[in-house]
Design a protein around this ligand. Structure first.
Ligand SMILES: Nc1ncnc2c1ncn2[C@@H]1O[C@H](COP(=O)(O)OP(=O)(O)OP(=O)(O)O)[C@@H](O)[C@H]1O
Ligand SMILES: [Mg+2]
Length: 653
């Protein structure tokens, strides 16, 4: 998929009639929805079903086959009912899974429309979240699956991106933090989704393997069951009627949440959490007495298996975070901020473990980390809709104007390159070769010319050359290129109420309208540095030909001789020396006298400027080489600008 696509293209339909976006966070344990109007400056509203903003992802069917969902499905379960929980999974062809997913999404949609919380139809666009590690293919399959549910407009977006947007918009993190590298840790019921976000780049780092908080609920269930006076009968009931097990596990989950909301209230066995009891078959009472001693015991049991090793829940988290830290180190990366989202991030020890592993990185957690993904998805979808026209205009600029702009500016680049390289070619390549010839290590001028060719190519591949060319390219990009791009794209940005300068390569992702380039520096350094590296590669390749072409332009060995002549001319008789030099193996003694170190040194400036002219002329004389540069640089620049525009559109207000 191209980098810069509009939501309309992703959905294959017009979104002109959409007035609201619903962020739909479909989790393993719970589902949350939030609505954001496309127009206006309000924050998204959290939606609710029967007063609940976080509905357990649970479904059962009544006798007519109508789905009963969420809390009601679990609470009203009886022996004969088939309750299904935790069915959210990556897309697959399993017909049962497909039906459950579609019924779930459609049921939520229908209830919201029925309760007049949303308009529905062509006025409402749903944005459903997915984990950061899912491939593009999975995302598309998931979108196709859920579109089949009968919600007219539905797209899939990544949860981590949404959580970042929510963190910034709700001022949990500030502009500077949002711009840099944020490690998003989403601790959910089934997995721990950990990814690094910087600018528009997103990199999944860990899916947390099996580290889900539902393992703790299951452990509470087992713990309670093992000590229950009717243990055998309860176990029997659970086996025969799995709905009861699910109901009791849900009870354990709620008890756990209550405990972590205020552990200081439940210090001893005498003061456990009290959230009522579950009545199993009207015969047995199930109640999980969650309190500190119980939780301590459960958190010291080996509940999690990772790569064949058993860990306690906190140790598993520690181990996974260490693994992330190691992977970050391997990628020479380091987060600036950690944002914790997901319900399980509310367990007190999670923050402590974060601080322990990433001791020098501050972490933040919002007031309601369970809701942030749905709120963020609503924001992301709205921006996608607001910027459809922006994306189209930018693409028109990239298609029709960018190549001409590069063509216009490539002479500025070749000029700057000629200047910078002439000095290095003389100092690093020509001088050493001249001295070798002078000292008799090379027999003839022809030998010297061959040596110059060869060492010029070697030098071009050196780090020093890369660095030097990189500096020239960087100045060119952030100077004239950036200015021209801003000139043409600023009016587009203003039309979409984006800050001017947001499409320049050093522009800012989130910067409010400041009328210029970000004072925070490069917003997404990877885009600019990647672009520079790519262009340097192109230039090194082209320069290889330019240096060879100098010979064609100046005639065989003409360039080298012209440089020698500069030195020789100062001692007179230049023409005679010239003819003589071309054909003869000049005695070393004469070479040493003519090309003494002092004389070479004295004429250095002139030799450099001669080489500079030579490079310039060669660029002019070889339009096919500059044409190739224009084409390849345009392609790279286009990609970088597409990434930048894709980031910039999240500034739309
Ligand atoms: N206040 C709380 N204290 C501790 N744990 C909590 C709290 N609130 C929710 N949780 C736990 O967080 C988990 C659910 O988190 P969340 O709703 O983010 O997951 P999910 O999105 O449903 O799952 P996943 O992301 O794995 O698909 C559950 O195990 C739940 O019990
Ligand atoms: Mg989740």
């Amino acid at each position: 998929m191209p980098i810069l696509t509009t939501l309309e293209e992703r959905l294959g339909t017009s979104l002109a009639s959409v007035v609201e976006v619903v962020g739909f966070d479909l989790g393993h344990s719970g589902t949350r929805t939030a609505r954001r109007y496309v127009k206006g400056a309000d924050n998204p509203d959290q939606l609710a079903i029967s007063g609940r903003q976080n509905q357990p992802t649970a479904i059962r069917y009544d006798q007519q086959g109508t789905p009963v969902i969420g809390h009601a499905a679990i609470m009203g379960v009886s022996a004969e009912m088939n309750l299904t929980l935790g069915f959210k999974a990556p897309p697959s062809n399993d017909p049962r899974y497909r039906k459950l997913m579609r019924d779930w999404v459609k049921a939520i949609y229908d209830i919201h429309v029925r309760d007049k919380q949303i308009e529905g139809g062509a006025e409402t666009c749903f944005i459903v979240g997915c984990p950061s590690g899912w491939s593009e293919e999975w995302v598309q399959q998931y979108q196709a699956l859920l579109t089949g549910a009968g919600v007219p407009l539905l797209a899939v977006a990544r949860e981590s991106r949404a959580a970042l947007m929510e963190a910034y918009e709700s001022q949990l993190i500030n502009l500077g933090e949002a711009e840099k590298r944020v490690l998003m840790i989403d601790l959910g019921s089934l997995t721990a989704d950990i990814s690094l976000l910087s600018g528009r780049e997103e990199r999944p780092y860990d899916d947390g393997g099996p580290l889900g908080a539902s393992l703790i609920d299951k452990a509470i269930l087992e713990y309670t069951l093992a000590r229950h006076k009717d243990r055998a009968r309860l176990q029997d009931a659970f086996e025969r009627y799995p709905g009861f097990r699910a109901r009791c596990e849900y009870h354990c989950r709620l008890a756990k949440e209550e405990y972590f909301n205020g552990p200081e209230l439940y210090q001893t066995w005498d003061s456990p959490v009290d959230i009522g009891t579950v009545n199993v078959q009207n015969r047995y009472q199930f109640k999980a007495p969650v309190c500190k001693p119980m939780m301590e015991e459960i958190l010291s049991q080996p509940l999690v298996t990772i790569e064949g090793r058993r860990f306690t829940w906190p140790d598993a988290l520690r181990w996974i975070l260490q693994r992330v830290k190691q992977r970050l180190r391997e990628n020479k990366s380091r987060p600036e901020t950690i944002v914790l989202v997901g319900g399980a991030s509310q367990m007190g020890f999670v923050g402590q473990i974060c601080s322990e592993v990433f001791s020098d990185v501050p972490w933040r957690r919002g007031k309601e980390p369970v809701l942030s993904v749905s709120l963020g998805l609503a924001r992301v979808g709205r921006v996608d809709i607001l910027t459809i026209g922006f994306v189209e205009e930018i693409r028109r600029f990239l298609d029709s104007e960018l190549p001409g702009l590069v063509q216009e500016l490539v002479p500025v680049l070749t000029d700057a390159l000629s200047k910078a390289l002439a000095k290095s070619l003389i100092d690093r390549v020509i001088m050493p070769c001249l001295k070798e010839w002078r000292d008799g290590k090379l027999a003839t001028i022809n030998d010297m010319s061959a040596r110059v060719q060869q060492s010029a190519q070697v030098w071009l591949q050196s780090d020093e050359a890369r660095q030097q060319i990189g500096e020239v390219v960087s100045e060119w990009l952030t100077g004239p290129v950036q200015r021209k791009i801003a000139e043409r794209t600023n009016p587009i940005c203003s039309r979409y109420r984006l800050p001017t300068g947001s499409l320049t390569l050093t522009g800012s992702t989130f910067l409010p309208s400041s009328g210029g380039v970000s004072d925070l520096g490069v917003s997404d350094p990877t885009v600019l540095s990647g672009l520079i590296t790519a262009i340097v590669g192109i230039i090194i390749y082209i320069l290889g030909f330019v240096i060879m072409a100098i010979l064609e332009v100046t005639g065989p060995i003409g360039w080298i001789i012209s440089l020698v002549l500069i030195v020789v001319a100062t001692i007179g008789g230049a023409t005679a020396v010239y003819e003589w030099m071309q054909n003869r193996n000049i005695p070393v003694s004469l070479r040493k006298v003519t090309l003494s170190d002092g004389r070479l040194e004295k004429n250095l400036g002139e030799m450099r400027s001669k080489t500079e002219d030579q490079l310039r002329e060669t660029f002019k004389a070889k339009p096919e080489l500059t044409a190739q540069m224009v084409e390849e640089i345009s392609r790279e620049l286009r990609e970088a600008l597409e990434k930048t525009a894709d980031r910039a559109r999240y500034l739309a207000s």
